[in-house]
Design a protein around this ligand. Structure first.
Ligand code: ADP
Ligand code: MG
Length: 398
């Protein structure tokens, strides 16, 4: 864990001052979801190591109505890392260069983006484009910066931290971004006198009573990474076995949080029933995430996988009859024949006919005759042939 910036000072308390039962305050205030946030926060301290084995670390979105407790939770989590009075920064108020700098300043620490959900662009605040974050998921630069020299080199600092987004409205962005986000929604529905007294205490606890957390966790690196490496694939398989989850990315993101929950429970000493409750909560989050994003039916997904495998070169189409580069035109009988030649597993033709109309990753357009870019009539190659095709618009980049 390191900060690449002198302005970023962490003040670490010692063990004797540590209030080590603080997780119970978080639980009392926010229930299992509060502890999900903690497991993400803990994981962000190892985001580089996690990306090294899994290639990615998700974004965490903390949303909910005003007054739900988002600021309270995030400020508390910063205190665990030794920072007082910190919440995050508003990317829509910063210049592009400043945003880029913020992203490259830290490694193995969270970067919190706050309240960037303004409705429209104004002169001062340009609506932040979440799609800029896409590459940060895999730890690549969020944007290239021009170098201050006479050449045209750009500097692309890798992203080594973890992204937390907190705001009142949900992020509205492309599906590609939504798939990368794990979302925690907080509302005032579960506020009670007990939760209020817990948040009051969270608000007044000083950094020195909490920040030993950072040392405790970084010292447990080997154990944490063992949990992550061993348990993530098991949770991932489990999530994908549920009928409600079919996005591999959603399963992976949430499986990572589950294995981090196991690590957190051991290192912080949470009771088993509480750990189980947090794990169940993450499973529910994965299911609702899957519902929230438009995902294709498994039959359709399998169709596109086979299609991509066979028709892998757009310049020498094997399955795509379309002469229009924006479209994909497939004749189903032809598809079945070619897939068999390629010894590819394919869904039943009747299922394809049933589900392909729902295709979203490449949106279904219509069924109509197409002047084929692949087949010609008879011996003479000059004679065009018309084939009946299912038309789809090409995929928006994922
Ligand atoms: N879980 C909770 N239960 C009861 N009261 C809460 C809870 N979370 C926050 N509050 C109270 O609500 C007020 C607003 O919280 P805040 O964190 O600023 O909300 P947000 O950032 O979501 O708008 C705080 O003064 C806090 O004491
Ligand atoms: Mg707030």
């Amino acid at each position: 864990m390191k900060s690449l910036n002198k302005g970023f000072q962490l003040q670490i308390g010692n063990h004797s001052e540590y209030k080590k039962d603080w997780p119970q305050l978080v639980y009392q205030a926010f229930g299992p979801k509060g502890l999900v946030a903690i497991s993400f926060w803990l994981g962000s301290l190892f985001s580089e190591q996690i990306r090294a084995i899994h290639k990615s670390y998700p974004f965490l979105e903390i949303v909910g109505e005003p007054g739900a407790g988002k600021t309270t939770l995030v400020e508390f989590m910063w205190k665990l890392l030794g920072k007082a009075d910190e919440e995050g920064f508003d990317p829509s108020k910063a210049t592009a260069a400043a945003v880029s700098r913020k992203f490259s300043q830290v490694s193995n620490l969270p970067v919190v983006l706050i309240e960037a959900d303004r409705e429209e662009d104004t002169a001062k605040a340009k609506k932040f484009d979440w799609d800029e974050l896409k590459t940060a998921y895999n730890g690549r630069a969020s944007r290239a910066r021009g170098m201050k020299n006479s050449g045209n080199e750009t500097y692309e600092p890798p992203f080594r931290g973890a992204i937390v987004i907190t705001q009142n409205a949900e992020v509205s962005a492309s599906e590609a971004i939504l798939q990368r986000i794990t979302q925690l929604y907080f509302d005032k529905g579960r506020h009670s006198r007990e939760s209020k007294s817990a948040t009051d205490e969270m608000n007044v606890l000083p950094v020195k009573n909490l920040s030993y957390f950072l040392k405790q966790i970084t010292m447990a690196e080997t154990r944490v990474m063992d949990f992550v490496a061993t348990n993530t694939p098991i949770y991932e398989d489990h999530l994908l076995s549920l009928k409600d989850i079919h996005s591999v990315r959603i399963a992976k993101n949430h499986a990572q949080l589950m294995s981090l929950t196991d690590a957190m429970s051991e290192v912080l000493g949470l009771p088993d029933n509480q750990r189980d409750e947090v794990i169940d909560c993450i499973q529910d989050l994965a299911i609702s995430r899957q519902r929230a994003i438009v995902a294709d039916h498994p039959v359709v997904q399998q169709f596109w996988e086979t299609y991509e495998y066979i028709n892998n070169d757009e310049d020498e189409p094997v399955l795509n009859h379309s002469r229009n580069r924006e479209l994909i035109a497939v004749n189903l009988n032809h598809f079945v024949r070619v897939a068999n030649e390629f010894k590819q597993q394919i869904p039943l033709l009747s299922d394809l006919k049933k589900y392909l109309k729902t295709s979203k990753s490449r949106k279904f357009q219509s069924i109509k005759p197409v002047n084929s870019a692949i087949e010609t009539r008879g011996e003479s190659y000059s004679q065009p042939k018309t084939v009946k095709c299912w038309l789809f618009t090409k995929e928006i980049s994922q």
